[in-house]
Design a protein around this ligand. Structure first.
Ligand code: MRU
Length: 350
């Protein structure tokens, strides 16, 4: 498959990201040099999607650490914790962000004889997080593909594609792999209000890959399911709780409820980096609330709503585990037990 890289570390110790807010009209790459650059790019969703945020945070921490000098390893270690706390606060829901920074922390806590040696090890760990994510996404794609008929109608929400990860995506990975293997999927992409990740990013990525994609508004998902156009729903996720409750882009839980009504399988594609076993149920997942202007002012030159109207703009919702047919990780497909309970572990055994 042709591959568009959304996050890259350069030899000049900078981070280059594809600005996802400008797609599909413009393919612009931004160079990030400081922790503030990285923080702002994550908040603005220039880099977005749970795994891509994790990669950007790991690279971003390294880039920030590498641009200063230190009197000692202890000095560098102290600054690492400051940078970690700063970047971890950029977005609250996707656990991959903290997970990636904790991977770097595991490196920092080892014993190092020089600042240079530690910096090199941090760079290598950040690179490994990216390489690993590409392998993980490919494995998710292979497991998911095995569940799908050759000519399946698929509905997806938001964007869990290649640009939201290192490569392949999670929910879109089986579609890219299926294309290579001669499958002829028909994909329905929800536009995904308010920021249109489905319209701007998923429809664009699938078109680029020459996969049959039809864009629908969010409120059309019930009719396409009712009309028998959808054989399976595939979504990504931002955090999976220990009981299988799953946070993903706002609107996902509604889709799962409708899918249950029509008896359509609802699959959550989840790298184990998105699993948070410390979080017992979905009720403990922090839901990011974003600026109401995203609802009232974003897509026309003039405001789209009356001035001063109250807004509520949660960026994610939690899908109850009882609505999920299976969670597909790089290690395989996890189904609920006979009581409808998931037992999710970091290294899910299936
Ligand atoms: O707010 P976003 O665009 O970062 O939300 C992204 C999603 O909800 C994705 O489905 C999720 O992060 C999985 S990306 C593989």
């Amino acid at each position: 498959m042709s591959h568009i890289e959304s996050v890259r570390l350069t030899d000049e110790q900078t981070l280059v990201i594809l600005d996802q807010t400008l797609l599909p009209g413009e393919t612009t790459y931004n160079t990030l040099r400081t922790k503030e650059d990285v923080f702002n790019a994550i908040v603005a969703l220039q880099v977005r999607g749970a795994p891509a945020i994790g990669i950007a945070a790991a690279y971003g921490a390294y880039v920030e650490l590498a641009r200063h000098s230190y009197a000692s390893v202890d000095d560098l270690t102290r600054y690492f914790y400051e940078v970690k706390a700063y970047l971890a606060a950029s977005r609250p829901t996707a656990v991959n962000l903290v997970w990636a920074l904790e991977r770097l922390e595991q490196v920092v806590v080892q014993s190092w004889s020089s600042v240079e040696e530690l910096l090199l090890a941090l760079r290598e760990e950040a690179e490994e997080i990216r390489r690993e994510d590409a392998r993980v996404c490919e494995a998710i794609g292979r497991h998911a593909l095995a569940l799908l008929p050759h000519d399946a109608g698929i509905l997806t929400h938001c964007n869990a594609g290649g640009i939201a990860t290192a490569k392949y995506g999670t929910a879109l990975a089986p579609l890219f792999l299926g294309k290579e293997a001669g499958y002829s999927f028909r994909v329905y992409a929800d536009e995904t209000r308010p920021l249109l990740q489905g319209a701007r990013l998923t429809a664009w990525e699938l078109q680029q890959a020459d996969i049959d994609v039809t864009l629908i508004c969010d409120n059309m998902s019930s009719i396409v399911m009712q009309q028998g156009k959808v054989d399976a729903i595939l979504v990504g996720c931002d955090r999976v709780a220990a009981n299988g409750d799953t946070a993903n882009k706002i609107g996902t839980s509604g889709l799962a409820i409708i899918a249950k009504h029509y008896g359509i399988p609802f699959y959550v594609c989840a790298p184990t980096s998105t699993i948070d076993v410390a979080c017992l149920t979905g009720a403990e997942i922090e839901i990011e609330e974003r600026n109401g202007a995203e609802i009232t002012d974003t897509w026309y030159e003039k405001p789209m709503a009356p001035a001063g109207v109250k807004t509520y703009n949660p960026a994610f919702d939690v899908t109850d585990h009882s609505l999920i047919t299976a969670i597909i990780t790089e290690n395989g497909v996890l189904y609920p037990d006979e009581n409808g309970q998931f037992e999710v572990r970091q290294h899910v055994e299936v």
